[in-house]
Design a protein around this ligand. Structure first.
Ligand code: TYM
Length: 338
């Protein structure tokens, strides 16, 4: 008989710079919607993962608190969910080492994110960037997470988590870990850059015009959408006709996600419209959705003591789940527990 696991969601986001529209539509909005009776929900600001990117210590500290404020402003409810920072629960680092002795070099060498981020200088990349997916596996497995809501770009990392969990279970001959399922939901599972429809919207793009940040004001959002790369053709009637027009497809997808509709419906509404009509409509919708979040983030950031109290409470609740699971793993692997 297979083991019964609590239906438990775990997901994480890095505090590098500001949260952007891709993070929101691809992940965080789904995190908010998944809060309820069906799952226990645990959301983590993965500050240890952020150490793999170049950021000043002060910049990182500010980004951690800003991200907590943004997540609360997006609708993460710190009473219904556990919201905490990874480094406040040391068991993440401990389990990451234990799983490093399970995950294979070959699996890690296949990771496309490492290849993209390290570029041609793989030997100069820090070891943490290579080991990143093992820490991510530890994040999820430390809570025996069963479901992981993420954008499409995290699919391969989730596959490695499943392989690691399966290998652990096989080696020790019992079903210790569930094989976590990715939840890749909504119209915008991969939001693309506003400057280049073939690359993902990301915090690491040097051009701020490539992304909409959740901290942007209304004028900045409108300007970025006005400047977004497009082509001279009007919008077609059917989705298939957007083949070969990645920038147009991206804007239609963003519109659909913001409107909680299907891209095909948006095309029916705007068939034949030029971008000079579509872009202002998109800007208006984006501002309408994002400005309450931006305003609430600002308000919350005015009260750092509250943010830190949320983090402390989240760390205590996360630690209470993580502690016994780490102890179970240590025991199973043969460490002496006193
Ligand atoms: P991060 O911080 O890069 O992104 C956070 C979430 O946002 C999603 N996302 C996107 N979705 C759609 N379009 C985009 N352009 C886009 N860019 C980012 C990501 O898929 C992610 O869901 N490795 C993770 C953080 C992590 C984690 C975990 C996630 C660490 N431990 C455990 C889940 C479970 C990351 O770098 O996400």
């Amino acid at each position: 008989m297979s083991a019964e696991f609590t239906r438990r969601i775990f997901s994480g986001i890095q505090p590098t710079d500001h949260m952007h529209l891709g993070n929101y539509l691809g992940a965080v909005r789904n995190w908010v919607g998944l809060q309820g009776d069906e799952f226990e929900t645990i959301y983590c600001v993965v500050d240890l993962h952020a150490l793999t990117a170049n950021q000043s210590p002060e910049g990182l500290r500010a980004a951690i608190r800003e991200l907590v404020a943004t997540l609360l402003a997006c609708g993460i409810d710190d009473k219904r969910s556990i919201l905490f920072a990874q480094s406040h629960v040391p068991a993440h680092s401990e389990l990451a080492w234990l799983l490093s002795c399970v995950a294979r070099m070959g699996w890690l060498k296949r990771m496309t994110q490492f290849k993209e981020k390290a570029g041609k200088k793989q030997d100069a990349a820090v070891h943490g960037l290579f080991a990143y997916p093992v820490l991510m596996a530890a994040d999820i497995l430390l809570y025996k997470g069963t479901h992981v809501p993420v954008g499409e770009d995290q699919k391969q990392h989730l596959e490695l988590t499943r392989e690691t969990a399966g290998s652990f279970n096989h080696t020790y001959g019992r079903e210790v870990f569930p094989l976590p399922e990715p939840l890749i939901l909504g119209a915008a599972t991969r939001v693309m850059s506003l400057r280049d429809g073939s690359s993902k919207m990301s915090k690491s793009d040097p051009s701020d015009y490539s992304r909409i940040n959740l901290t942007d004001d209304a004028d900045t959002i409108a300007l970025k959408i006005r400047k977004a790369k497009t082509d001279p053709e009007p919008l077609p009637e059917r989705l298939e006709e957007l083949d070969g027009r990645p920038e147009a497809l991206n804007l239609v997808t963003i519109y659909a996600a913001l409107d909680k509709a299907e891209p095909a419906e948006i095309l029916q509404r705007y068939a034949g419209a030029p971008f000079s009509t579509f872009k202002p409509a998109l800007a208006e919708l984006a501002v309408e959705t994002l400005s309450p979040i931006t305003a609430e983030t600002k308000r919350l950031l005015g009260d750092q003591a509250h943010i830190d109290a949320v983090l402390a409470d989240g760390a205590a609740r996360a630690g209470a789940i993580a502690g016994p699971i780490l102890a179970e793993v240590q025991e199973i692997m043969g460490l002496v527990r006193l």
